[in-house]
Design a binder for this molecule. Structure first.
Ligand code: CA
Length: 503
């Protein structure tokens, strides 16, 4: 038994990583060629930031939402409009980004909020570290087991808190937290990132994950931004008062409705009991959005600090800057907040990438890019061999201005936390193309703490987003879509088999 364990470990630590990651450098050494300068990578990820809440994305909030620094990144780099997550919930999405795999991947295995990432799972941190990069992660980790594959880490415990944040530096036990009294989480995370970059070994390129806490629930803004939207009426999305008619029954039973399914800490005030369902939704929308957007103001300001630092240090031209979120979020569409469903507001996530001289500035790209594509893309930019086993594909050529002919036309999605105790969202899987979204609520799933111990009748939803961009008309029973449904079901089955996702 002991011998077997030793053998397994040696395969992981010797066989898989070093032999593969140094291939490109070895090849260049053999030809006598100097290896090209490898880029630094600054990967900035916020938590639950919907694209609609970034000025550059031009949603119904355009002109209201203030994100000058993210808009600057969009102007200087490429803005992606169809970036999807493979499982729209924090912990699984973070594991997908690091491993380049769906939740069911061999190095991943993070299906729900309760699953720790396997400490031996090979991910971007290990691969870059083994290739001679400095690797660091600061801020939200949320993958339960301690981070591995980083030269430095300093993380929030679980979700962490906005005000007087506490972080746990590498080498300390879970309860040995450093408290930053009187400070705000995004400011502290940025300070730590800046300190690390200033004091790093400058002979090596770096990969730094700067993971913000904001704008995750319960939306406590920094004191300096509390009144930022005080005198503004936030425009409403067209589906704020959605009545869910014609849709899957489980959708009307979701407990993520603004106002109705919120608590005092979400809104910072008591929730009135004398309003009709519609009145409550409209009232709570204003309070919720002002808090949410004010949290984003701190993210935006701190992104500006990071960009200014790169400029000042002369690092901007040799650093790939990525801004994304672990998923999108409902900002009142369908009357909802939160994520998890396979609907556009939370299935899609912002993606802005700047790499001066290599990625054309001010461009918008509509290709379907997945969160699992970041890992292979970054490996390719850094000249590190892909160890294989990733479901994602590199989109480097897309960033350089040309979409490969065989680029994906459809994407598979799966959410596992069936009727979870907090929001009662059903497990589902489905396929999305540039025009359609086909979703199957399969009636079972992984039960979470506090979840109902019942299955429901399986249901389907089909949205023709070209004719129905707001996703309010379920066309699954419309006979004129019979052919479309047959093709989409075949595509869904093909993807499921290709990805070897067991049901
Ligand atoms: Ca999240």
């Amino acid at each position: 038994m002991k011998l077997r364990r030793v053998l397994v470990v040696s395969v992981i630590s010797v066989g898989l990583v070093p032999g593969l990651v140094c291939a490109s450098a070895e090849r260049e050494a053999a030809t006598g060629k100097q290896p090209a300068k490898r880029p630094n990578i600054l990967f900035i990820m916020s938590d639950d930031h919907a694209s609609a809440a970034i000025g550059a994305y031009g949603s119904w909030l355009k002109g209201v939402v203030k994100t000058p620094n993210l808009d600057r990144l969009a102007r200087q780099g490429m803005r992606f409009t169809s970036t999807l997550v493979t499982n729209s919930i924090c912990t699984p999405s973070r594991a997908a980004i690091l491993t380049g795999q769906y939740s069911h991947g061999k190095n991943n295995g993070v299906y729900t909020l309760a699953d720790p990432i396997n400490p031996k799972a090979i991910h971007l941190g290990h691969l870059f570290q083994q290739a001679g990069y400095l690797t660091a992660l600061v801020g939200k980790w949320h993958l339960i087991s301690d981070p591995q594959g980083f030269d430095y880490w300093n993380i929030l415990p679980g979700q962490g808190r906005y005000i007087d944040p506490q972080l746990r530096p590498m080498g300390k036990k879970p309860k040995e937290l450093t408290t930053y009294k009187g400070k705000y989480s995004e400011d502290v995370i940025t300070d730590l990132c800046l300190d690390w970059m200033k004091n790093r070994d400058k002979s090596k390129p770096f990969l730094l994950f700067c993971h913000y806490k904001a704008p995750h629930r319960p939306w406590d803004p920094a004191p300096r931004f509390v009144d930022l939207y005080k005198d503004v009426t936030i425009p409403e999305p067209p589906t704020l008062l959605d009545n869910y008619k014609g849709r899957a029954k489980v959708i009307a039973e979701c407990k993520n409705v603004i106002g109705e399914h919120m608590v005092k800490t979400d809104l910072g005030v008591d929730i009135p009991k004398d309003k009709s369902r519609e009145e409550l939704r409209k009232w709570a929308y204003q309070v919720y959005m002002k808090r949410y957007l004010s949290c984003i103001a701190a993210v935006d300001e701190n992104v500006g600090r990071l960009l200014d630092f790169l400029d000042k240090e002369g690092l901007a031209d040799e650093t790939i800057v990525i801004y994304t979120s672990d998923q999108g979020f409902f900002l009142g569409e369908h009357g909802f907040y939160d994520k998890r469903l396979m609907y556009e507001p939370c299935l899609t996530t912002p993606l802005l990438i700047r790499y001066p001289g290599r990625v054309p500035g001010g461009k918008t790209n509509n290709d379907m890019v997945l969160n699992i594509d970041h890992a292979p893309t970054l490996l390719e930019f850094a000249g590190i061999a892909n160890p294989g086993g990733m479901h994602g594909k590199s989109y480097k050529t897309i960033l350089e201005g040309s979409t490969p002919k065989n680029w994906r036309k459809s994407a598979y999605y799966r959410y596992y936390m069936h009727l979870d105790g907090s929001h009662n969202i059903p497990a589902c899987y489905g396929v999305r193309t540039d025009r359609y979204t086909l979703i199957h609520y399969y009636g079972k799933g992984l039960k979470m703490k506090g979840a109902k111990d019942i299955d429901h009748e399986p249901e389907w939803e089909l949205f023709d987003r070209q004719k129905d961009p707001e996703q309010i008309r379920n066309a699954f029973s419309d006979p004129s879509y019979a052919g479309v449904i047959r093709d989409l079901r075949a595509e869904l089955e093909r993807l499921r088999k290709e990805l070897q996702d067991p049901l």
